[in-house]
Write a protein that binds this ligand. Sequence first.
Ligand code: NAD
Ligand code: AKB
Length: 323
Amino acid sequence: MSRILVTGANGQIGSELVDVLRSRHGASRVVRLDLQPPPSPDGHSASGPFEVVDVRDRDALADVIGRHEVDTIYHLASLLSATGEQHPDRAWDVNLGGLKNVLDLARQHHLQVFWPSSIAVFGPSTPKTDTPQNTVLDPATMYGVTKRSGEMLCQYYHRRYGLDVRSLRYPGLVSHKTAPGGGTTDYAVDMLKAAAESEPYTCFLEPDAQLPMMYMPDAIRATLALMDADGTALSVRDSYNVAAFSFAPQDLVAAIQRHRPAFGCTYAPDERQRIADAWPSSVDDSTARDDWNWAPEYNLDAMTEDMLSHLREGERESGSVGA
Ligand code: NAD
Ligand code: AKB
């Protein structure tokens, strides 16, 4: 029986993608892989195969792929932008070393691969608004350098070896299940969490730092739609721009205040503002829309309402918010 391998399965995206893949294919057919077992397994996540492996270890990865008869890999293991600036050598090793291992093993075993890129591939010389699919790519962070290099590696393996590797340039993702892991767009989740807990928030970006963002259900739908698409329809083999909506911290504050008028936010920008400065404020995703019918479902208000209700539910369950 063939199986799907998800690397970085404990992370913000992996923890949600695994649930959706399991409801499609069954828990036993989705193999999770990360550096450590899941922190506090809930009923659903506790079952099913889990492998503790560092993606830099090619032999260990090969062993997992062979033992589980893997036919598809969602390769999510990575360091993100802010952590990558703190540990650039490790970011290079994990992000590109891990990807090279996955691509080589996928080539050897004829696997399909999904690998996420990011808006971090764009840089200070890239057009800031409606950033086109094909444009100047001059990333300003080690994370962005690994993402752009990874895109080119994916395209090379497709052209040279016919490997079916597909990729999306995710914008900043907002979700409530698992906390984000060291990115520049994490502030949005942190702010919504503070609002749900009736706490004020101090934002590490400027109030007008507008960035492309997306709600997790749309990101998961985009991922699966790309993987399900007819390969002959795909004109992009480095990585597709995908967009939903853009907002700045001050826009999210206003959206929250429509539900929580008392919510307050102050600003103390740190080094992550420099990272945000080099990223676009909006992205043109018309190629994804044309090639595989991409369209987002959530806007800022729908996302805010859904996030606040889920976060409040979580607080109630943990007993820290009164009914
Ligand atoms: P995350 O930081 O939440 O999770 C990454 C996971 O990878 C973690 O559980 C971590 O333990 C694991 N990991 C790190 N190094 C590893 C190693 N050497 N071996 C095995 N596992 C390792 O990240 P995420 O937000 O879920 O992102 C997943 C992917 O999506 C990454 O490639 C990221 O660059 C990309 N992406 C995410 C966003 C976003 O907003 N979340 C946006 C753009 C792109
Ligand atoms: C980050 O902020 O590093 C990520 C990303 C946009 O790639 N969320």
